[in-house]
Write a protein that binds this ligand. Structure first.
Ligand SMILES: *[C@@H]1O[C@H](CO)[C@@H](O)[C@H](O)[C@H]1NC(C)=O
Ligand SMILES: *[C@@H]1O[C@H](CO)[C@@H](O)[C@H](O)[C@H]1NC(C)=O
Ligand SMILES: *[C@@H]1O[C@H](CO)[C@@H](O)[C@H](O)[C@H]1NC(C)=O
Ligand SMILES: *[C@@H]1O[C@H](CO)[C@@H](O)[C@H](O)[C@H]1NC(C)=O
Ligand SMILES: *[C@@H]1O[C@H](CO)[C@@H](O)[C@H](O)[C@H]1NC(C)=O
Ligand SMILES: *[C@@H]1O[C@H](CO)[C@@H](O)[C@H](O)[C@H]1NC(C)=O
Ligand SMILES: *[C@@H]1O[C@H](CO)[C@@H](O)[C@H](O)[C@H]1NC(C)=O
Ligand SMILES: [Cu+2]
Length: 581
């Protein structure tokens, strides 16, 4: 499955390090699994196995993944979460953004070098597919890094959540007129290393580098190790100054590495606990166990303790982290804009997620391919399609992104292709960001990461430099919100891309093999890039006078009175569709 194909010495004047090529042959296939011991189901694995392999490379290595879609009935692709893909924007993975999704029986190769050390993960970036199993850690070791020599061993712990139903089934109920409030399906279980019985065998008096990633579809987890403190040294691939934490909050997609020094005596074992943040769930189902427990085992002959009860969660605040390189806040943005988050119903009655009044709809042509073929119109946002929510940055812009959360939910926002500085984050319910508010103070050496939590009803200010030409998504990492449209598209220096990037034939063949266009604007028009007729658009708004509340009432009356009223409701929803059309 994994072959360290060839160790090619890279000729270099400054370094004698041997960068190697690490090759994986991945056949995406269905298999069966029962990770929470409650229910056996079909999952998406690789080479007939699940959990899927950890990708393990060293800084400077070239990674080659030969991907074959062995699913008979579903598309797939791979995204390498957190990797900048600097110079290889076409290897980023999201379907309809940097490539066409691989249809059944298709293959393509991801091939790029990795110069970022740290803790990452990889997952399918086709609709809401990764919660069905196609998610795994990706570790970039750094034997010469600033913390090298400060630990004896490295170990990975992946958090996640788990559903007994497959995503397509849950999705059809989630995004429908039957769910007008947009309540997200609640996971059946929390997992640690894709199981509920993770042993972590340790030796006394040693220091471990623990690399953690939350690969959940939805749930954030509070995480702690009883009787031990964690010394954080990395978030999302960025080294930080050492920071002590007793409890860490992991949103979906976030990573932390920490140093864990074990005790000198082996008289006891300790619980390792993850607890899902139930604030995220609209309705907590009866009998849900939000917790998953593993164990730090000093002596396997001693008992494995149940975790003690914690009555308040007080996690470490990531805003207080300082990047190890001490980089200052980027001043004087040259491109500043805001995105306002909102949830609302559209004319089909379903509840969608919006940025500035638009909900993401994938274009007909992958956005990167539009950028490459559009000549001097590549800097014109319209060609990428209204509902891709496009923003175009010029090379070396200092970008300031203000996010206003008009929604009472927490959202973990993720940016592809970059880490951003978290310059400012308000408390809960602070309302819209107001630059003139004197109580707003920016971090002077802000933490950088690629996934950050925004508070309910709050706001935040992110900054980054447009120094990585490519097409990068900015989206909520709750897969339900990906599917309900909380995605914007950032097109960065497309003019530079046109002279530096060439799409390999095997990528184009994935589109060709399915008769999907690989050139043209968002509507597939190759003649006139400004003619967007036929572009993919979201459903129409609700008919005037028909409020979201009305749909809720309609649906609840159905539930309350079902048989007799069902006929009327059916009529009602049909009328709704007609009005929307
Ligand atoms: C992928 O796995 C499927 C199911 O086991 C098998 O039928 C197919 O031949 C495999 N394809 C490749 C290219 O390995
Ligand atoms: C990966 O890319 C490098 C650099 O372009 C190239 O030399 C190599 O042949 C590629 N490998 C594969 C398996 O495509
Ligand atoms: C968790 O799983 C990863 C990947 O399989 C493995 O490398 C690691 O050792 C596991 N962690 C523990 C604590 O067992
Ligand atoms: C363990 O023993 C070492 C060496 O005697 C000592 O330096 C260290 O402080 C001890 N650690 C703890 C947690 O007691
Ligand atoms: C899960 O852990 C939390 C924190 O200790 C505790 O409050 C809660 O009762 C636990 N729930 C279950 C079902 O064990
Ligand atoms: C863009 O390119 C077209 C065709 O090459 C040319 O006619 C047009 O003048 C250019 N427009 C601008 C604004 O440079
Ligand atoms: C990408 O690489 C260029 C140099 O080729 C560098 O200036 C830039 O900072 C890099 N950007 C990122 C996000 O790594
Ligand atoms: Cu969200």
């Amino acid at each position: 499955m994994k072959s360290l194909a060839v160790a090619l010495p890279i000729l270099s004047l400054v370094s004698t390090a041997l960068a190697k090529t690490v090759t994986y042959d991945f056949n995406v296939t269905y298999t069966e699994a029962n990770p929470d011991g409650q229910f056996s189901r079909r999952v998406i694995g690789i080479n007939g196995k699940w959990p899927i392999p950890t990708i393990d490379v060293e800084k400077g290595d070239r990674l080659v993944v030969n991907l074959f879609n062995g699913l008979p009935d579903a598309d797939t692709s791979l995204h390498f979460h957190g990797l900048f893909q600097n110079g290889t924007a076409h290897m980023d993975g999201p379907a309809k953004v940097t490539q066409c999704a691989l249809g059944p029986g298709q293959r393509m190769t991801y091939n790029f070098t990795i110069n970022q050390p740290g803790t990452y993960w990889y997952h399918s970036h086709v609709k809401g597919q990764y919660p069905d199993g196609i998610r795994g850690p990706l570790i970039v070791r750094d034997p010469k890094g600033p913390y090298a020599g400060k630990y004896d061993e490295e170990v990975i712990i992946a958090l996640s959540d788990w559903y007994h139903d497959e995503n397509p089934v849950l999705f059809s109920k989630f995004l429908s007129v039957g769910n007008p409030t947009g309540a997200e399906p609640v996971p059946n279980s929390a997992l640690m290393n894709e199981t509920q019985e993770m042993p972590f065998n340790v030796l006394p008096g040693k220091t471990y580098l623990v690399r953690m990633v939350n690969m959940a579809a939805f749930a954030a987890q509070y995480f702690w190790i009883e009787g031990h403190t964690m010394r954080i040294i990395e978030v999302d691939g960025e080294y930080t100054e050492e920071a002590e934490a007793d409890m860490i909050y992991f949103t979906a997609a976030q990573r932390y590495s920490f140093l864990l020094t074990t005790r000198n005596d082996t008289s006891e074992n300790f619980a390792i606990v993850g607890s899902m943040d139930q604030d995220l769930f609209d309705v907590v189902p009866d009998g849900l166990n939000p917790n998953v427990t593993g164990h730090l085992i000093y002596d396997a002959s001693k008992p494995l303790p149940e975790p003690s009860f914690v009555d308040e969660f007080e996690p470490f605040d990531d805003f207080g982290l300082t990047p190890l390189d001490g980089e200052d806040l980027w001043e004087d943005p040259t491109y500043s804009f805001s995105l306002e988050v909102m949830m609302d119903n559209l004319g089909d009655g379903a509840n969608y997620a919006f940025f500035n009044g638009f909900t993401y709809v994938a274009p007909k042509v992958p956005t990167l391919y539009t950028a490459l073929k559009s000549g001097n119109l590549s800097l014109t946002p319209e060609i990428y399609g209204r509902d891709t929510i496009p923003h175009v940055f010029k090379h070396h812009d200092v970008v300031e992104l203000i996010v206003n959360n008009n929604d009472p939910g927490k959202h973990p926002f993720h940016l592809h292709g970059h880490t951003f500085q978290l310059a400012y984050r308000s408390d809960v319910d602070a309302g819209l960001y107001d630059a003139s508010d004197s109580s707003v103070t920016f971090a002077q050496k802000p933490m950088r990461r690629d996934t950050v939590l925004i508070n309910p009803g709050g706001n935040m200010v992110l900054r980054f430099r447009a120094d990585n030409p490519g097409v990068w998504l900015f989206h909520c990492h709750i897969e339900w919100h990906i599917q309900s449209g909380l995605i914007a598209t950032f097109i960065e220096a497309p003019d530079v891309l046109q002279s530096t990037l060439k799409i390999p034939q095997d990528h184009l063949d994935v589109c060709n093999g399915q008769n999907l266009p690989a050139a043209g604007n968002a509507a597939g028009n190759t003649q006139d890039y400004l003619d967007l007729r036929g572009q993919n658009l979201s459903p129409a708004p609700l008919p005037a006078g028909f409020t979201a509340r009305g749909i809720v009432a309609l649906v609840f009356s159905v539930v309350a009175a079902f048989l007799g009223i069902a006929v009327i409701a059916l009529y009602g929803s049909q009328e709704l569709k007609q009005k929307a059309a």
